[in-house]
Structure formats: C-alpha cells, structure tokens
Design a protein around this ligand. Sequence first.
Ligand code: GLY
Length: 571
Amino acid sequence: MDSLLKTRIATPGRMLAIGLVAVLSFSAEAGSRPPGYAVASAHPLATDAGIEILQQGGNAFDAAVAVSAALGVVEPYSSGIGGGGFWLLHRQRDRFETMVDGRETAPQAASREMYQDAQGHAIADLSQNGPIAGGIPGTPAALDHIASTYGKLGLARDLAPAIRLAREGFPLDARFAKFIVMESKRFSPAAQALLLPGGKPLTEGAVLIQPDLAETLQRLADHGRDGFYTGATAQQLVNGVRAGGGIWTLQDLAGYKALERKPIVIHFQNYRIVTVPPPSAGGVGIAEMLDQLTALHWTGANGVHSQQQVIEAMRRAYRDRAAYLGDPDYVEIPLKRLLSPAYGREMAATIQPDHATPSADLPPPGQPKRPAKEGVDTTHYSIIDSDGNRVAATVTVNLVFASGFLAPGTGVFINDEMDDFAASTTDSNAFGLIGSSANAIAPGKRPLSTMTPTFVEGPKGVLVIGTPGGSRILTMVLLGMLDFFRGADVQTIVAAPRYHMQYLPDQVQFEKGAFDADAQAALTRMGYKLDALSSPYGNMQAVLWRPAQNTLDAAADPRAVGTARVVLKKP
Ligand code: GLY
C-alpha cells in the first residue's frame, strides 16, 4: 500500500508514534472500512511479516498465514508447523464468519489408555515428552486452506517472510534464551544440536538459522499441503517420530484435514461476540459466563462484588468444561442447553452473593494431582486489514518447545497436544484441568482446547482479542472483554492484572494488582482460597477499530516481547 500516512508501532504498553486520524462517523456494517490496517503478535518479527504482506496488497487472511508461519520460526517454543490452532475469520464484504479448525488429531494407533499405568492413572511424562505425545499436526493444512480459500496472494508469497527468517536467521532475545535453558533437559538429540550446539545453550543475541525448517516450509510453499503431509517431509516426520518411540504413520499424515466450523455467536448487553466452538472449550465457556453475569445483573462496576460474581461464573463454566466438552465429531455435546440464557440463569441462581460455593458441591468430582503451569507456551495474534477483514488466531504446540522432540532433518518440533486429552478421568493434565470421557482419547479425535480467539463488536467498536495461557486463556479473554465493555482502551485491556478460577483446584489465582488489600480480605471472608501468583501470565494481543471515531489501535501484552503495529492510510 503506497498511500501511508504514518506507521505506528506500539511496543508493550507504549506508542512510539501516533498518527492523526480524521474523525468520521460510521458503523462496522458490511462495506465500512477502517482507516488502515493493524497487526498485534507475540513477536516483533512476526508482526513485521504480517505488515509486509499487507503492504504487498495481501488481505488479513494472507497476513494471518504469514504471521502464523513466522511465529513458528521465531517462537518455536510456542507454536509451529508441528502443531495446530484455531483461526477465527471475518470477511467484511459479506460479514461471513468461520473458524478454521487446524487442531491436531490423535494418530490411528492411539488408544484411550495409552498414557495410563497399571492402576489407570495418567503418566504425564508420556503425554508430554517425546514424539509419543504428538498429535497429527494441523497448522500446515490450515495455512494452505486459509491462503487458497480466503487470501489474495497465494501460499508461497504468504510463507516467504517465514522462509527468509528460517534461512537467514534472527537474533535470539532473552526470553528465547531463557526457555532453552529451562527446557533443555527435555530436548531430543536434534533439538540439542540446534539449540545447544556443542552442548552450550544459545544465548541472547546469537543468530538462530534453521535450514531444515526453511526447506520444510519451502516444500509447503511449493506444493501446498501435500508438500508437508506426503512426500519427503512426511517420510522424514514418520521416520523420526517412530525412531523416537512415537506411533505416527504416513496414512495419519495423508489423512489429516483442516475443517471449517461455524463460530459461536453470543449477545451480551449491546454487544455481539463471535468466538470458537468445540473442540475449543472457549466459546461455550464465554457464553456460559456471560449468561450468568446477565442473570446476575452484572453492571460493570468495579469492586469486589463484581469480581465475586465473575469468579463464581468462571467456576461453573469450568465445571461444565470438564463434564461435557470434547471433539464434537466424536461426542454428543448438549450445546443447545449449555448456550441457552435459561441455563445461565439456572447456574446463576446457585450463586450466593458474598459466599464462595465450594467446587466440591458442583459435580463432577475429581481432584487435580498437579498444579496449573504458567502457560508461556501457545501464542495469539490479532489482525484487521483496511477492508475491515479480521483474524483472531491462537496457535500452539502445547507445552514450551512442544514435546521437546525435533524430527531430524525437518526442523519441526513435534507437538505434545495429546496431553490436552483426558488421559484418565481421575488425573488432571499439565494445566490442572480434569476431564471426562467426552475428552477421552480415540483415533482421529481432536483433543479439547481452551484457545479462545474472539471478536467483540458493539457500541465501543470492534475488538479482535486472544491470548495464550493454557487453562487461563478463557478467563483472560473474559476479563479483557469485560474491560472493553467498561470502555477501556486497548493498551489497558491487554495490560490489566488478571484473576482466574477453574473449578478445580478450588482456589482463585491472581496477579499482583488484580485485588487490592481490601478485596483480598473481603474475598477471604467470603470463603475464597486466594493464590497470589509470583509471576504474571498470558500474552494478550488485541486490535481495536472504533468506526464511530474512525480510529484503529492495537496493543501487545506488556508481560512479554510482542509488538503491535498500526498503519494508517492517507485520509
Ligand atoms: N494446548 C493448550 C490448549 O489448546 O488449550
């Protein structure tokens, strides 16, 4: 695009330059357009890749492919083509909306008990470490599908920035270097050779070149999905996975399909919320929580009374996550009931003002054996283009550096998404989440996710929002949305201190600043067990278009290293 007025770059929490924007009044109806385009992602080089593609005339969907692929190169600890994700798309010309489901699938040789010991308890090491933990990747198929169905430039052009980053390299930041040290004990020999050459971890500033990954991405660019799921790449992946103790076959890879699913649409106050259906638990959870808040006459007023309502709504939504949710192609989910306002009212009627409801009073039973992890894995990005097309995408390889296994010759970290299944009904997964038979392992099935890329549209504009953070994703997106309803700007939304309750364990985790001393005392008196976290969590990326003011804004979470860029057109 050559009619640029000004580029704004928002580093975490700060705008480096601010462009002047003409104030026009219009709504975000079909045909209305933002004053420019914006990308917010968890890494500056991935944000730049998205902007580069938009500058070449690509649309938000092309940029989404570019950002996903680039994140997989520069943040392999969070996402990559060895993983999966959900891409929520909005096409402005006809307001068409869809979710591209690139979630991993269980290999055909997988079984319900494959991660259990003789007593039927889950063996975390098996579902989290090494290629036995890997589901069949969905990201390559999803990127091919998005580029060919919705993009303008084609897959090869969309992948070019990522291939360049893999081939030419990029300097590691302190965060990347820290994760290498943190996870090095889980690394396979090929991962060690890449990230600990000569046995020494790469340090901040070292340039990481990934020639194998460049070659794998190039095959995808040249041949589309077949360049990954068949031929040389597929053979290398299967050879590597099987030699490492995994169970993938060539048929598993060839048979993988990205799917489109109808998003969940929720109405709350004057807002329309578009979010993800199962196999994400996100949309159902957001709907249940908002329906309960409606029933409780939640006003948006700050303070402990409002926070208590939100905590109890969270508790009940996570109870249902454990009880009912799984892959909709495999299990019957009572969606109509769970999404009905009447059900929200029913649940809200069990909430006592100023008293905690013990989670043990809400079925099903089951105690997590492990605490939730911090959730620095997974990644999210948000995009709006100058036609008003939107993408909210949350993508993942599950835990930090996935299963720790790099398939030799491919540059691809194999995900450990199988841990998102309920390996047993008595044990929790890495995020402290329990599950039922709805989320039991079966060949070809997709594991239940919490990833919640979301659009919110209403009187205060159009918000594209999402974050990584394991089981806490859902409550982070809810809190961001509630701040948006209150009129917060996008920088405030991504930076606000967070709190979280997930039914079990029966405790409220919170970041510094989420509750003041009086609120902590009041919540304790009400019966809540508070867990003050020593480190922050999440990495929210958001874009906000206010059609009535003709403004476009974006923000990256100040907790990490991401950047948001807004490029404004000449008026
Ligand atoms: N792997 C984390 C999630 O999908 O929720």
